[in-house]
Design a protein around this ligand. Structure first.
Ligand SMILES: Nc1ncnc2c1ncn2[C@@H]1O[C@H](COP(=O)(O)OP(=O)(O)OP(=O)(O)O)[C@@H](O)[C@H]1O
Ligand SMILES: [Mg+2]
Length: 163
């Protein structure tokens, strides 16, 4: 495991097709694994990235194949930052429904952002000047201890509640 403070970056660009989801999720998990994340954290980051990319393809780019989704993995010595950018019109995260509200509890969708906020330490949404939306997810690296690869626990962040 490289513990140097230098930052490493991987950039991927995909067409707006759901068939690439497994590939991006797998890539996120692989980046976590080589960075020393616990097994549970690795799976959680993979799921958060998948939800962000689904949203970018579906709500952002509206599955227009010509529009791209960019995924950037920035790996520092203490944390992983994953940025997902689309080429849509963007949205206001303040207006997103709270999936825990009684009136929403039986809805079949509306949980992706809620999951993202629970799976990583920090989620920040930003409209891009060039158009489109950027989701920035941050996860601290808790080093594996004494070979216990499954020791991590899914951690609900304080910011878990949505809008
Ligand atoms: N990249 C994006 N561009 C535009 N709108 C977005 C984007 N991401 C999310 N949204 C908006 O935020 C809403 C909530 O997203 P969220 O992922 O929580 O739920 P969902 O995608 O509607 O359903 P689910 O993820 O549970 O299948 C979406 O319905 C959409 O209106
Ligand atoms: Mg979603």
């Amino acid at each position: 495991m490289n513990t140097s403070p230098s930052r490493r970056e991987i950039r991927v660009q995909i067409e707006s097709r759901f068939e690439f989801l497994d590939l991006v999720q797998q890539m996120a998990e692989d980046v976590c694994r080589v960075s020393g994340f616990h097994r549970n954290s690795t799976l959680n980051v993979g799921l958060a990235v998948r939800e962000a990319v689904v949203n970018a393809i579906k709500h952002g780019n509206r599955q227009e194949a010509g529009k791209r989704v960019e995924v950037i993995f920035r790996l520092g010595s203490r944390k992983l930052v994953v940025v997902v950018r689309d080429q849509g019109v963007g949205f206001d995260p303040e207006n997103v429904r709270n999936p825990l509200a009684a009136s929403n509890i039986f809805r079949a969708n509306g949980r992706g952002i809620f999951f993202m906020k629970n799976f990583v330490d920090d989620v920040v949404f930003q409209r891009l000047n060039r158009g489109g939306m950027e989701v920035r997810m941050e996860k601290k690296i808790e080093k594996r201890r004494r070979g216990r690869h499954g020791a991590g626990t899914a951690r609900a962040s304080e910011g878990g509640e949505v809008g």
